[in-house]
Design a protein around this ligand. Structure first.
Ligand SMILES: C[S@@+](CC[C@H](N)C(=O)[O-])C[C@H]1O[C@@H](n2cnc3c(N)ncnc32)[C@H](O)[C@@H]1O
Length: 256
C-alpha cells in the first residue's frame, strides 16, 4: 500500500477505526450493485470516450469498488488505514492509497474521479471546496468527476434506519438516526447504535456519532464551477428511493 503523509487531523468516527472490521456486516458489498451500476452508467454517459481509469476518494470498505472494478481500473484513497485494510481484502486487485481527499496529490490524472458518501464528511464549504479541487487536479482534460452526497439541503429529511448482517461467527445490527440540530449551519448529525455479537455469542452495544456536511444545490454548483468544472446536478435513481429524493453532481473538465 502506498502511503501519503496525512497533513491534517481528521475526526474519524469509531466505525472507521476500532469497528472497521465490522464494516462488511454493517454494509455488505452486494447491497451496492444497483447504485454502482448507476454511477458507472452516469460516468460513461458523461465521458467523451470510454473511461479506463477511476480514482475513488474516500473509498471506505470498497463496496462500490467491488462492482466498479470489473469495468474500470481503480485506485482507492481513504484516510483510515483500517478501512483500507478491509477494502484490500475485498479488492486485492485495486491500488490502495492512504490519504486525505482534501489534500492528497498523486501527481497523475484519471479518466474519472468519484466521491461517494465519503463527501458527507466535508462539513464546511472550505473542506468541500478542497475535496472538489482534489477531484479536479486528478481528472484528465475532458474527464469527469462524480459526487454522490446522501443529501442536499433542499432534500434533507430526518430519518431513522436500521440494518445489519450475520457472518459465520459474528453478527451486527445497527440503528442510524439522522437529524439536524441547527438548520442554519452546514452540518447534520448521524448517531449510530451498534449491537455487536462476537464469536462467543456475547453482545455489546456501542455508540458512534458521525458529523455530516449539508449544502444547498447552488453551493455545490458554485463550488464545482469555481474550481473549474462545468457542473451539473442529476437525479440519483434507485429502486429503494423515492424519485426526486436524492441527487448527484457531475463535473466535466473541459479543455486541455
Ligand atoms: C461510508 S465510508 C465509504 C464507503 C464506500 N462508499 C464504499 O463503497 O464502501 C466513508 C469513508 O470516508 C472516509 N473518509 C472520511 N473523511 C475522509 C477524508 N477527509 N479523506 C479520505 N477519506 C475520508 C472514511 O475513512 C470512510 O472510510
Amino acid at each position: 500500500m502506498r502511503e501519503y503523509k496525512l497533513q491534517e487531523r481528521s475526526s474519524i468516527p469509531r466505525l472507521y477505526q476500532e469497528f472497521a472490521s465490522w464494516w462488511p456486516i454493517l454494509s455488505s458489498p452486494e447491497e451496492y450493485a444497483e447504485e454502482a451500476d448507476f454511477y458507472f452508467t452516469t460516468i460513461l454517459g458523461a465521458s467523451s470516450h470510454v473511461p479506463v481509469t477511476l480514482l475513488e476518494l474516500g473509498s471506505g470498505g470498497g463496496n462500490n469498488a467491488s462492482h466498479l472494478k470489473h469495468k474500470l481500473k481503480m485506485s482507492l484513497v481513504d484516510v483510515s488505514p483500517k478501512m483500507l485494510e478491509v477494502s484490500r481484502r475485498l479488492n486485492p486487485e485495486c491500488e490502495h492509497i492512504l490519504g486525505d481527499m482534501r489534500s492528497i496529490r498523486l501527481g497523475r490524472e484519471f479518466d474519472a474521479v468519484f466521491i461517494h458518501d465519503a463527501i458527507m464528511y466535508m462539513t464546511n464549504e472550505l473542506d468541500l471546496r478542497r475535496a472538489v479541487e482534489t477531484a479536479y487536479v486528478h481528472c484528465k482534460p475532458e474527464g469527469v468527476a462524480l459526487f454522490a452526497p446522501d443529501h442536499v439541503k433542499e432534500t434533507f429529511r430526518p430519518t431513522t434506519m436500521h440494518g445489519g448482517h450475520d457472518e459465520e461467527q459474528r453478527g451486527l445490527r445497527y440503528l442510524e438516526w439522522n437529524w439536524d440540530p441547527d438548520p442554519s449551519d452546514t452540518s447534520t448529525l448521524c448517531d449510530f447504535a451498534y449491537l455487536l455479537r462476537d464469536e462467543d455469542g456475547n453482545i455489546r452495544c456501542e455508540y458512534d456519532r458521525h458529523i455530516f456536511g449539508l449544502f444547498g444545490r447552488h453551493i455545490w454548483l458554485q463550488i464545482l464551477r469555481d474550481v473549474g468544472f462545468q457542473p451539473k446536478s442529476i437525479p440519483f435513481e434507485h429502486s429503494e428511493l423515492e424519485p426526486g429524493s436524492c441527487e448527484a453532481f457531475l463535473g466535466l473538465k473541459t479543455g486541455g
